[in-house]
Write a protein that binds this ligand. Structure first.
Ligand code: ZN
Length: 231
């Protein structure tokens, strides 16, 4: 058994097949229940892997501090970004520099960085697919809708999709509903909304539209700090 905890914005803590993973760990984002990394660490004493989808501040978050604090945690991101963050943390030996589309073996997991239609300064922006023994999770990162999501569906059939719905910088509700139509996950968790005024969105509106268009997909609206259990 594992779990997915939404920490607000695009930040998630994921336990899958006994691995503890942080994605886009902006732990102290305005929605997060954790106001400092110290408080977070008390609740989550071990991290094995940090995945960062791109180099924008609201996604890198406290990655460098986390790598310093969790001495065994490794960092996986697009090549240039993984190296940069690992170097900043004085942890170059824990870097897993990768690139889009190449399956990465991490212990029992397969991890694939996906394309993302977005911008970045260091390396290309990405999403990520985490393939576990029973559950496959797709975190879309910051992205607009793109047709290659069809390949993500065909190759990996994600059971759980974590999708941005806030608009302006990423998909809004309409685009994210289309992504659900393409990806056909069993469970969808909306993210990247209501952190700031410019990305205001109503997750209930998203859930209603998904129910109409893709009734087999179940939208789970999490409160920051709350979780779902996974296999
Ligand atoms: Zn971004």
């Amino acid at each position: 058994m594992g779990r997915i905890v939404w920490l607000g914005h695009a930040a998630f803590y994921i336990e899958i097949d006994n691995h503890r993973i942080l994605i886009d760990p902006w732990i102290t984002n305005p929605l997060s229940p954790y106001r400092s990394l110290d408080t977070f660490t008390r609740h989550f004493p071990e991290i094995d892997l940090v995945i960062v989808t791109h180099d924008h501040g609201d996604h890198v978050g406290e990655t460098v501090e986390i790598l310093k604090k969790y001495g065994k945690a490794r960092i996986c991101a697009v090549y240039e970004l993984a190296e940069e963050l690992a170097k900043k943390a004085g942890a170059i030996e824990r870097s897993i520099p990768a690139n889009i589309g190449g399956p990465i073996r991490f212990e029992k997991l397969n991890i694939i960085l996906t394309p993302a239609f977005h911008s970045s300064t260091i390396g290309a922006p990405t999403g990520v697919v985490i393939v576990g023994s029973k559950t496959t999770i797709y975190h879309a990162g910051d992205t607009g809708l793109f047709s290659e999501m069809q390949f993500i569906r065909e190759l990996y059939s994600p059971t759980i999709a974590l999708l941005p719905i806030g608009g302006h910088f990423t998909m809004g509700i309409r685009e994210a509903v289309k992504a659900v139509e393409i990806l056909k996950p069993r469970t969808v968790i909306p993210m990247h909304y209501n952190t700031f005024d410019v990305i205001r969105a109503d997750p209930n509106e998203f859930a209603k539209l998904v129910k109409e268009k893709v009734p087999e997909a179940n939208v789970v609206i999490l409160e920051p700090g709350k979780e779902i259990t996974i296999e």
